[in-house]
Design a protein around this ligand. Structure first.
Ligand code: NAP
Length: 465
């Protein structure tokens, strides 16, 4: 039996999205016979990761999650250090010197690759990049080329629905959200009339969820268009619709939309297509040779198991922009191994593994960089719990930092001239954004709760001011 340690366990968590905050919160609440001292790092001055930079602004339910995360951080027992880029400002060696354990919760933020000809044409966009733009991510350009009248969105997950909804909704209906000014201006000028969403499998195999699907019908002056030939169900689909309530609900909603006349003469249409797989993004001719002018899809048919096979029949859709929303993918974390196929840090239940598959003492992962970009935000909690369980099991062997004082890492950041920010800094930025919302409300008829600050340097200045 090991005796209780004489100083708190120093833990660094890299990434202050839901995975990082849940991991910190669960450890502080876990039954243990030692103290903990946690630093939660993020490369941006704002916390919340994909909650701030990955969820569509018109999703009111995120407010509840933000409130819960805020409450955790506002308790004051977890130290937030924003504006610190792991791998650039601090290395793994630095962290090893200052912390006994490190949890990586860096998420998955880039678009999965789609390998079809034409994917690099002008007008072919990653869905995750577009999400970053409309969510005011500081690292994407302020301007987004919204010049297409007809747009394709590839994928049948919730991101595809978010992207399609944001592209088709009228900008004025988004003013009540926290969209930045540049996003409002960009969407306001968009000439879009038709947004086509393509699923490669059938209506019973969609990955999106019922609430998100129903939300599509709430956009004003946007008609939903469905096609009878896409409503094919094989044995596996019928079985799924009979046994899985979620699938049953979605097939029901889609089928109702198909049979009810959805044509209200709206100025914009959102088309939902199924059983079509992208084959090629087509280029224009002459002056438009480098630009998207269409999308070639192959019609698919169900093979009895819920999977699809090609029919050899192709359909070309005239579109001037293509958004690929076929899933997120992780990125390598400097100093650690990386599973390129899954886009995750190789790990066993959250214990980071070396090249030979052996756990590296003191290194852990949680969230999407641990398990891949699947599941709703709530699932991240269970995942964090598993990682914390491993850490608690390993704890007798952890205490290893040579320089564990809380001030030591601050001294290091300052000696390197890193403009780190704090929780108090985030509260200032938060207040500033709410103030911008109130000011905008004063001059118009729409109540704006918040207007996001986008440039990173402004975020840092306001936080440190
Ligand atoms: P996702 O749920 O994995 O959906 C990816 C979609 O892309 C699937 O329909 C998939 O089809 C399709 N796809 C993959 N490769 C393709 C290819 N080569 N050609 C054509 N289609 C392809 O991913 P996601 O939409 O990025 O969402 C990630 C996670 O975040 C999900 O758990 C999602 O629920 C969650 N999320 C939730 C919300 C929310 O509002 N609640 C919002 C955003 C994201 P197959 O099924 O045939 O593979």
């Amino acid at each position: 039996m090991t005796s209780a340690p004489t100083r708190p366990l120093r833990l660094a968590i890299i990434g202050a999205g839901p995975a990082g905050v849940y991991t910190a919160d669960l450890l502080t609440k876990a039954e243990r016979d030692f103290e903990v001292s946690i630093d939660l790092f993020d490369r941006y001055p704002a916390p919340y990761g994909l909650i701030r930079y990955g969820v569509a602004p018109d999703h009111p339910r995120i407010k509840g999650i933000v409130k819960a995360l805020h409450k955790v951080m506002d308790r004051g027992d977890i130290r937030f250090l924003g504006g610190v880029d792991f791998g650039t400002d601090l290395t793994l060696e630095d962290l090893r010197e200052h912390y006994d354990a490190i949890v990586f919760s860096t998420g998955a933020v880039r678009d999965a690759d789609l390998s079809v000809p034409g994917v690099d044409l002008e007008g072919s966009f990653g869905g995750a990049d577009f999400v970053s733009w409309y969510d005011g991510h500081p690292d994407v350009p302020r301007q987004w080329p919204l010049t297409a009248r007809e747009v394709a969105v590839i994928g049948n997950g919730n991101v595809a629905l978010d992207v399609a909804r944001m592209l088709s909704k009228h900008a004025d209906d988004l003013l009540v959200t926290e969209i930045p000014e540049n996003v409002y201006e960009g969407l306001k000028a968009s000439p879009v009339t038709d947004v086509h969403v393509f699923g490669r499998r059938g209506p019973a195999q969609v990955k999106f969820t019922p609430l998100e699907l129903r939300e599509l019908a709430h956009s004003k002056d946007v008609d939903i268009v469905l096609y009878p030939e896409d409503f094919e169900f094989d044995e596996a689909s019928e079985q799924l619709a009979a046994t899985n309530n979620q699938v049953k609900t979605m097939v029901g909603t889609l089928t109702n939309w198909l049979v009810e006349d959805q044509d209200s003469g709206a100025s914009r249409r959102l088309h939902l297509h199924f059983l079509q797989q992208p084959v090629e993004i087509l280029a224009g001719e002459g002056d438009e040779a480098g630009q998207v002018a269409g999308l070639r899809m192959e019609r698919m048919e169900l093979d009895g198991t819920g999977n699809v096979k090609g029919t050899g029949e192709y359909v070309d859709y005239p579109v001037q922009a293509v958004y690929r929303a076929i899933g997120y993918h992780g990125s390598p974390v400097p100093g650690l191994g990386y599973d390129e196929l899954k886009g995750v840090i190789p790990n066993d239940a959250g214990r980071v593994l070396d090249a030979s598959g052996t756990p590296i003492p003191g290194l852990y992962a949680s969230g999407w960089i641990k398990r891949g970009p699947v599941g709703l935000i709530g699932h991240t909690k269970g995942d964090a719990l598993e990682t914390i369980g491993c850490m608690l099991e390993d704890q007798p062997d952890l205490w290893s930092a040579a320089n564990p004082e809380e001030q030591a890492v601050i001294d290091l950041l300052e000696s390197r001239g890193i403009e780190y920010t704090t929780w108090e800094g985030w509260l200032k930025l938060d207040e500033h954004e709410l103030g911008l919302g109130a000011a905008a409300t004063g001059s118009g008829t729409v109540q704006r709760e918040r207007v996001k600050v986008v440039p990173r340097e402004d975020m840092t200045r306001i936080s440190r001011g």
